[in-house]
Write a protein that binds this ligand. Structure first.
Ligand SMILES: [Zn+2]
Length: 416
């Protein structure tokens, strides 16, 4: 595996640290961007596509022992099909069905990979998290798998990405939902049970393949997922305003290119929302959204932290999450969209553009819409003050103007 790591890095001139879980990716510039980023429809065989691209870009690199992770729903949509395509190609896939992004599911999959190679060694750094304590000390140098595929929505991708990171293996992300930018990011959100959820560093995916035909769905939650993805993307506009503000106040230097990369997709999607009638089933719109979310995730990889895509609005989301015992009825994208509108009023920028875009997309623009998303206004107000406790080192409009100003911005954005 070390030879493969080296080949990938050398052949593609990526920065060091790619797919090496034992090097802390928290050190900026050890993040990389995916080698393969494909957004298309009617992809006949995803393993075939990856094989062809690797043949072209990294001659001699093959993967024959994939672990394919999906859930009960995505197994039928794509998981089993991908496994059988691997078999046709002469590979030996193993499949795992996950039920949640819990730490126990991750341990179960790691354990199943270990049993057949007892006594071998993991290349993991030992840190304070539970899983690191348990697996960081395990001796193992060879693995049952040589690549991990995640086929599914947020939770499946989070589990697969983290398993790949812990096994020090390349990861291929095949999202079946565009509800946020996590499918291409170097982070995993893991459910720690009573301790809530935690965002942990993982490796940037080797490949991100978005098949628009796997995204489109007739199920009742589909339009809400797309709306949420739009919300997560548009919130980059205020995250970058926060970053620029931090730079003005000499708190954190702004990097123009990462900032540009985070917001250019948001601008494109806002334009498309003005002109498209049925965004939910428009291939071109979905492609723009998928590419923009990948660009958003890539801006975080490039910069080395979530800064380009996470400002006050994400602090508000985390605070609301804690106040609702990690079971908010609103989605991540809806909550950050609400925070972004509030932030835009406090900044005095983009408020009209965002409001207009939200109306086209069906994101909340009124008190009634908040209730429709399952938002409790009292908890939302409380979350504004609690947001100070989230990542206090990250300077945003909240730290600059204070809680009172943010509360009045919230009242402006969503009048009683
Ligand atoms: Zn987000």
């Amino acid at each position: 595996m070390k030879l493969i790591n080296k080949t990938i890095d050398q052949c593609l001139n990526r920065s060091s640290g790619a797919y090496k879980g034992y090097l802390s990716p928290k050190i900026p510039k050890q993040f990389t961007i995916p080698i393969i980023e494909e957004v298309s429809n009617r992809i006949e065989s995803i393993p075939g596509l990856i094989d062809r691209r690797l043949k072209r870009d990294v001659p001699g690199l093959r993967f024959a022992k994939p672990l394919i992770i999906f859930d009960d729903i995505t197994r039928a949509i794509a998981g089993e099909k991908i496994a059988s395509q691997f078999k046709t190609m002469g590979a030996h896939p193993t499949t795992e069905i996950v039920s949640s992004n819990s730490i126990s599911e991750i341990e179960r999959i790691l354990d199943s990979g270990l049993k057949r190679f007892a006594g071998l060694e993991f290349d993991c750094e030992i840190s304070s998290t539970h899983i690191d304590q348990k697996y960081g000390a395990v001796k193992c140098g060879e693995k049952r798998y040589d690549i991990v595929y995640g086929v599914g929505g947020g939770s499946v991708i989070d589990v697969a990405k983290y398993v790949a990171y812990k096994l020090n293996l390349p990861f291929v992300s095949i999202p079946t939902s565009l509800a946020n930018d996590g499918f291409a990011s170097p982070f995993s959100v893991i459910n720690l049970g009573q301790d809530g959820t935690m965002t942990l560093c993982a490796n940037t995916p080797l490949a991100v393949v978005v098949d628009i035909d796997l995204i489109k769905s007739e199920d009742p939650g589909y339009q809400r997922r797309i709306r949420s993805g739009i919300g997560d993307l548009l919130s980059n506009l205020t995250a970058v305003l926060d970053w620029q503000l931090a730079d003005q106040k000499n708190k954190e230097r702004y990097e123009s290119f990462s900032g540009f990369q985070a917001i250019c997709g948001a601008q494109l999607v806002m334009n498309e929302l003005r002109t498209k009638k049925d965004i939910f089933y428009d291939d071109h719109f979905l492609e723009t959204l998928a590419c923009s979310l990948i660009a958003s995730a890539e801006s975080m990889s490039r910069y080395g932290s979530s800064r380009p895509a996470s400002g006050f609005e994400h602090k508000l989301y985390h605070a609301y999450n804690v106040l609702t015992d990690f079971a908010p009825r609103a989605t991540h994208g809806e909550l950050v969209a609400i925070g972004a509108l509030c932030s835009s009023y406090a900044h005095g920028k983009f408020q009209d553009n965002l409001r207009e875009a939200y109306m086209y997309a069906g994101l909340p623009v009124s008190n009634k819409n908040l209730a429709d998303c399952g938002i409790d206004r009292k908890i939302l107000l409380k979350a504004v003050s609690e947001a100070q406790k989230v990542k206090p080192e990250r300077y945003t409009i909240l730290e600059d103007r204070g809680v009172e100003k943010m509360l009045s911005a919230l009242h402006e954005a969503y009048p009683d």
